[in-house]
Ligand binder design. Structure first.
Ligand code: DAH
Length: 339
């Protein structure tokens, strides 16, 4: 009697402590073919009729208790597993959608590019992109920058192993890609990322963005260039500012110019942003050099064109009065959230 009571206690503890993997072992230990209770029931014939009855009754009761204990435990374990699973998959439909998710926004450089592209599109330009990995031909040679020409030194280049390829130092190679594929008339802008092998400081970064623009057709003149750029500047910065074209030099344009905009912080009086000159250098431009037209097999007697290149970060810095280009790449939310 006592033995069976003890046996029930022991079994109950084992059942309580069992998990999915061990519960079956407990069943086998007590109720299996050679299990403890099975043995007891098998051995009843040794006893007197009195004892047989008593022990048989007790053993069967124990068997029922252990069986139902195991059955209950099994159900409990299954329920826990199911709960864990539904918990994981559960969606709380009552949760408020006013939960303070902070909304993402475009990076200031991307915002500037989008703004510039839409202005140029309104002026009839088609926006295309070119590869960031270029060959010497596209980045230099076809743009009238021959090997060993000192103009190459201005653009410190990242060469890719073997020196055959390089990271484009400007978006001007986009001109060549477009003109190689398409006969005139062409009127295209090429926004994109460019690379220069130089140390970063407040006004330099080894990676930055430019927008190249150009138009080639019959009878294109400097007047067309001025019209497009002044229109762009008025739309982008406002129409109350003076603009001036200053002679300059680029290998791929002749004549070449740089465009200055009257400083929009001090309206020309002189301040920190314009370094007291009253003017801000905004971009480079010129009439496409005949050698560039020849490089893409355009008839340079028949066609003329203009081109320009604008630094996106520079323009953004000027527009918002930002004095360190590195702020664009540090991804400090305190900076980015202001745009
Ligand atoms: N590619 C020049 C640079 O990276 C910018 C530039 C100047 C582009 C004059 C032009 C241009 O198309 O006409 O500094």
């Amino acid at each position: 009697m006592n033995d069976i009571g003890q046996l029930i206690d022991e079994a109950s503890k084992k059942i309580e402590n069992a998990n999915v993997a061990t519960l079956e072992n407990v069943r086998i230990l007590y109720l299996g073919k050679n299990g403890i209770l099975t043995q007891i029931l098998k051995s009843l014939s040794q006893y007197s009729i009195e004892d047989r009855k008593r022990i048989g009754l007790e053993a069967n009761r124990a068997k029922q208790i252990i069986e139902s204990g195991i059955e209950n435990k099994k159900k409990n374990l299954e329920k826990i597993l199911l709960d864990e699973k539904t918990q994981k998959e559960k969606l709380d439909y009552s949760q408020s959608f006013y939960f303070p998710f902070s909304k993402g926004s475009f990076h200031p450089v991307v915002q500037t590019i989008k703004g510039m592209v839409s202005i140029f599109e309104s002026l009839g330009f088609l926006s295309v992109e070119g590869p960031e990995i270029e060959t010497d031909w596209y980045n230099f040679e076809a743009l009238n920058i021959p090997k060993n020409h000192p103009a190459r030194d201005v653009q410190d280049t990242f060469y890719i192993a073997g020196m055959k390829n390089l990271l484009r130092t400007h978006t001007s190679p986009g001109q060549i890609h477009v003109m190689e594929k398409q006969k005139p008339p062409v009127k295209v802008i090429v926004p994109g990322r460019v690379y220069r092998n130089e140390a970063s400081d407040p006004s330099h970064s080894s990676t930055f963005h430019q927008i190249e623009g150009f138009e080639v057709d019959e009878n294109i003149s400097f007047v067309d260039l001025k019209t497009v750029l002044i229109e762009f500047i008025y739309k982008f910065f406002g129409s109350d500012l003076n603009v001036r074209f200053r002679p300059s030099h680029f290998q791929f344009t002749e004549p070449s110019a740089e465009v200055d905009i009257q400083c929009f912080f001090c309206k020309g009086k002189g301040c920190r942003i314009c370094k007291n000159s009253g003017w801000i250098e905004a971009l480079g431009c010129g009439m496409v050099h005949p050698n560039v037209l020849k490089a893409v097999n355009y008839d340079s007697e028949k066609y003329t064109g203009y081109a320009f290149g604008i630094g996106v970060e520079r323009i953004t810095m000027l527009k918002y009065g930002i004095d360190d280009i590195r702020l664009f790449y540090e991804n400090d939310l305190r900076f980015l959230k202001q745009f």
